[in-house]
Design a binder for this molecule. Structure first.
Ligand code: ADP
Ligand code: MG
Length: 360
């Protein structure tokens, strides 16, 4: 197992990159702690696979260094990095049985037969393939094959890291949850450094100790699921995490007084004047619907009833506002105003979080 250090790492698929736009991965310094479970999250095309493939050695970065503990592996082949990698689509040996496929990485390393039998049985249990152990991989469904790929990725206990690139894409929806749970259990038991790439926030937030959120080749925020939810470092994180995402409103601020269209509210902090564009971010969970006269008047458009809560869709200052209310809340015709939980308000300057000073 290893701590993985990325030092001034960047990658462009072009020969002569000139601007930031030419980089699939913009300059990045980061240390992946030994034994932590990370999710690498972001929309399609943001550079997740590029970063993962640099860590695994499939791609040599155009700039910077990668260290596994103190060992510089930047120019080492994948085979010399002692990692396991699971891809989006199954990689199995069709002519081998399921059991032989699972045994392969251990046999290849010369493990003893008794250990192999034990370890393979335990992995087969966690990925639920015990009843097909003697079938040839050839005849299996894509879903079953991918479970075998996952099993092969997890079977060795002595790897530096396990890297998974959207491994649940072809898995049946009801099995996804189960496999994610198994992956998490396996991580708890073996404490491998794990990096799990996904574009699905639920997958990321339920799997990871820490989430690395990317956009346009850039790492925007690294934090626990709670940190990304409570204090998005960028309005993009606010939109991307949460369902619906964070509400963002134009605001003007003087000291601790925030002016929204025609309404004025008192913030918990004092903000320095700035020429940057200021915005106020508040999650739908932290807005309360209230009686007119008690808050900021909004124009409610519709109310959606979901299983455990309702979403109020409204407009304010020409912008959409979403509010989450508990399912048993009665919404009357005089309740078309909103109140913010002021502890949960974040301010943004040119889209990046803008910290205020505590009011003494
Ligand atoms: P993600 O995994 O987040 O979907 P990728 O790392 O695959 O993103 O891609 C990041 C960017 O790099 C995209 O703009 C993609 O088109 C580009 N890209 C990926 N692979 C190659 C390649 N082999 N050659 C040129 N451009 C590539
Ligand atoms: Mg990808």
């Amino acid at each position: 197992m290893a701590r993985i250090t990325l030092s001034n790492l960047a990658h462009s698929y072009m020969k002569n990159p000139t601007s930031d736009k030419d980089y699939a991965l913009r300059k990045l310094n980061h240390e992946w702690e030994d034994g932590a479970a990370y999710a690498l999250l972001g929309p399609s095309g943001c550079g997740k696979s590029t970063l993962l493939n640099i860590i695994s050695g499939i791609i040599t970065p155009s700039e910077g260094r990668i260290l596994f503990n103190d060992d510089d592996v930047t120019f080492k082949d994948t085979g010399d990095r002692n990692i396991a990698q699971v891809f989006q689509f199954p990689v199995v040996y069709d002519t081998m049985t399921v059991k032989q496929n699972l045994e392969f990485p251990l046999k290849n390393r010369g493990a003893d037969a008794k250990y192999i039998a034990q370890r393979v049985a335990s992995i087969a249990r966690s990925i639920q393939v015990e009843d097909i152990m003697h079938k040839k991989a050839q005849g299996l469904s894509a879903d079953e094959k991918q479970k075998i790929s996952l099993g092969r990725g997890m079977v060795r206990e002595d790897v530096n890291a396990i890297l998974l690139d959207e491994p649940l894409t072809v898995i049946d929806p009801h099995m996804k949850w189960e496999l994610r749970t198994q992956l998490k259990a396996l991580h708890k038991e073996l404490k491998h450094t794990m990096i799990f790439v996904t574009h699905d926030q639920t997958e990321a937030l339920t799997f990871a100790d820490k989430v690395v959120l990317m956009k346009d080749g850039e790492v925007i925020q690294i934090g626990t699921p709670e940190e990304l939810f409570e204090k998005p470092a960028h309005t993009f994180v606010g939109y991307f995490i949460g369902s619906p995402g964070m509400n963002v409103l134009d605001v003007q601020i003087q000291g601790n007084i925030a002016r929204l269209k025609n309404d004025t509210i008192k913030l918990n902090h004092i903000y320095q004047d700035t020429n940057k564009k200021l915005e106020l971010g508040i999650r739908p969970e932290f807005i309360e619907l209230c009686e007119d006269g008690e808050g900021i008047k909004i124009d409610i458009q519709r109310i959606e009833d979901l299983a455990h809560h309702k979403i109020v869709r409204a407009m304010y200052d020409g912008k959409k506002i979403n509010i989450i209310v508990e399912e048993d809340t009665k919404i009357t015709s005089t309740m078309s105003s909103m109140k913010f939980n002021m502890d949960k308000v974040n301010i943004y300057a040119d889209s990046w979080i803008y910290e205020g000073e505590v009011i003494l």
